[in-house]
Design a binder for this molecule. Sequence first.
Ligand code: OGA
Ligand code: NI
Length: 337
Amino acid sequence: MEGKVLCTGIRHRSLPEKYVRPESERPKLTEISDCEDVPVVDLGSGDKSQINQQIGDACRLFGFFQVINHGVSADAVEEMMKVAEEFFKLPVEEKMKFYSEDPSKTMRLSTSFNVQKETVHNWRDYLRLHCWPLEQFAPEWPSEPSSFKEVVSRYIEEVRALGLRLEEAIAESLGLERNCIKDTLGEQGQHMAINYYPPCPEPELTYGLPGHTDPNALTILLQDLHVCGLQVLIKGRWVAVKPYPNAFVINIGDQLQALSNGIYKSVWHRAVVNADKPRISVASFLCPADDAVISAPPPLTADGSTAVYRSFTYPEYYKKFWSRNLDQEHCMELFRN
Ligand code: OGA
Ligand code: NI
């Protein structure tokens, strides 16, 4: 069992075979340039129409943007990162109590992406939590470190408020009623992946996470401030999104691509690893309620343009998503009309 995770505290001297990508699939790290395009949107600027415009442009062109002055307190962010770090430093026997390869589990420590389906593994461990409603899920979370539940609960509440506010801005940027997206998605679920990428002996041969799109509605990513790793596919080229102080990286997930009738893009992104330092990221995912019917709202198809995707529910979508390997065609394609 213990051999399964990477977070054992032992440094690997060479990259085990099962992590080595075939030559044509490697990340070509020396060719990657920094991303100049993904905008940093100042949510505290007070100019709502400008904010909506920036968000709309970013969603259409890149599927990604960053936000500052976002209302999540610096304290909550700092504590979240600290408790994440402490969790992965726990003795491996302690952590293995949470280990599972079953994606339907609501709380689990796992490794790579989809161990059951993939042929090559990824240089990542992650703790995945269902988070909302808090009182339903918090009791099953780790109780070590002792502050875990309290710190993570606070972070989740603050990030949720940001996410809902962004969904309002995204709706308005599409010319929809402010609450249209939120209403369509129903009482949204919230999941969290606390990603841990240990130092990797041969980072040019493997991934932390290979190229994928996020299956949920909206993702709010807290990046390690000191260690780069996130890359986004923009105009056919992979570019690095460098950590920006006090920012979150926001991306459109597959559900918002569907709801926007394909106007906003759920874009391919990946995480690469490095030889020197561990990297932690905390991804928060807002997800449609199970019974919400996902289809483009009438104003987006009113001008005679047809719905690009057939309607579906999130459980139906999620099952399809996890039954594939990550680096296949965009999962949305399976729902095209
Ligand atoms: C994810 C993800 C990127 C990162 O968890 O879905 O894309 O930088 N993470 O860890
Ligand atoms: Ni992702």
